[in-house]
Design a protein around this ligand. Structure first.
Ligand code: FES
Ligand SMILES: [Fe+2]
Length: 359
């Protein structure tokens, strides 16, 4: 039977790569969850709730109450540092522990709602996902501190963002874009094909730098180009970039699996502040530039959402090193160490943890 179709009526292929990779994945922007608020979300085929305690602490946990299975995202309330279930008032803390049964003398100390490691960084909320329940073994790259250049948020205008939901693609498609030199000319109309100056895939956080220009004509030599991009990939889910030699911009690309077929994409763009006679005009120019970066990104998205993973791909000579390196590096984030999803069955079979009730 054909699978589900996307908005354009095209059958969505289940990516051959596992949709349950390990790593940090963005699940929201920080401003989406204010103090005392509860947000429902579905990622990695699980119903989740994110809530912010009065102290500001953020928790992401499975959505179902361990008592009788109410969904905490429908009527659950934040009370100080705990979330209270709408069904019988049981209270759960940020570690998923039951701390109060209002009509009993003691809480249930044995039961726990599964919680996930979270970090808030660069106005984004990242969740650590690992089928084996391992603790985070790398950090989410910081768009400012990560480049070690002394920059910080205050040097940039407010962030511009793009959110695209439930697209039939895989995080690895998006990441491979970073080593795909030829696409810049065809998808983004750069005058010449960029040249890579760094491919460092030694660790779970990897680095890719390239020389690129969006100006000039096709006849120019890459040796004369004085602009480029540095990218830091934090696993498969998050990539941050810094540009140099052009309008100062930084981006965060985050791709998060929703279910076996689709991912959400979040794209955040910061443009560097400029000093000048007319700050209003400068900010408007920055907004226009951010809009153009987002427009370029949507050109990639249109390719990715209809792409089918090619393995092994037909690589040209100049593409071979980059793609081979990134694909070998990517394997460490998959449950079977290869990219397939077979090992998920093993892990899920061994998962004797709580299950949401049948619906
Ligand atoms: S189901 Fe949550 S308190 Fe009963
Ligand atoms: Fe691209």
């Amino acid at each position: 039977m054909a699978g589900p179709t996307d908005r354009e009526g095209i059958v969505m292929a289940k990516p051959p790569l596992s949709m349950k990779p390990t790593g940090w994945f963005q699940v929201a922007w920080s401003t989406e969850i204010g103090v005392g608020e509860v947000l429902r979300m579905t990622y990695f085929d699980r119903e989740l709730v994110a809530w912010r305690a009065h102290s500001g602490a953020l928790t992401v946990m499975d959505a179902y109450c361990e008592h009788l299975g109410a969904h905490l995202g429908f009527g659950g309330r934040v009370e100080g540092e705990v979330i209270e279930c709408p069904f019988h008032g049981w209270q759960w803390n940020g570690e998923g522990r039951n701390v109060c049964i209002p009509y009993e003398r003691h809480p249930n100390r044995g039961r726990r709602i599964r919680t996930y490691p979270v970090v808030e960084r660069n106005e984004s909320i990242y969740l650590w996902h690992d089928l084996d329940g391992r603790a985070p073994f790398f950090e989410v790259p910081d768009i400012f501190a990560g480049f070690g250049d002394g920059s910080n948020r205050a040097d940039y205008y407010p962030m511009a963002t793009l959110f695209r939901e439930r697209l039939a693609l895989h995080p690895q498609y998006v990441l491979e874009n970073g080593v795909d030199s030829a696409h810049f000319k065809y998808v983004h109309q750069t005058p010449i094909v960029p040249v890579f100056t760094r491919h460092d895939f030694a660790e779970p956080v990897s680095y890719v730098d390239f020389t690129i220009t969006f100006d000039g004509d096709e006849g120019q030599s890459i040796e004369d180009v004085r602009s480029g991009v540095q990218a830091i990939n934090g696993g498969l889910g998050v990539a941050v970039t810094k540009s140099w030699g052009m309008v100062d911009n930084r981006t965060i690309t985050a791709v998060t699996p929703v279910d076996e077929h689709t991912c959400d994409i979040r794209f955040s763009v910061y443009i560097g502040r400029t000093t000048g006679a007319d700050p209003v005009k400068a900010e408007r120019r920055a907004q226009d530039f951010a809009a153009e970066i987002i427009r370029q990104f949507t050109r990639d998205v249109r390719i990715w959402q209809h792409q089918r993973y090619s393995d092994p791909p037909a690589l040209s000579a100049s593409e071979f090193t980059g793609f081979t390196a990134i694909r070998a590096w990517a394997k460490q984030f998959y449950p079977d160490g290869r990219g397939g999803s077979a090992a998920e069955l093993r892990v899920l079979a061994a998962d004797t943890g709580p299950r949401p009730p049948a619906q």
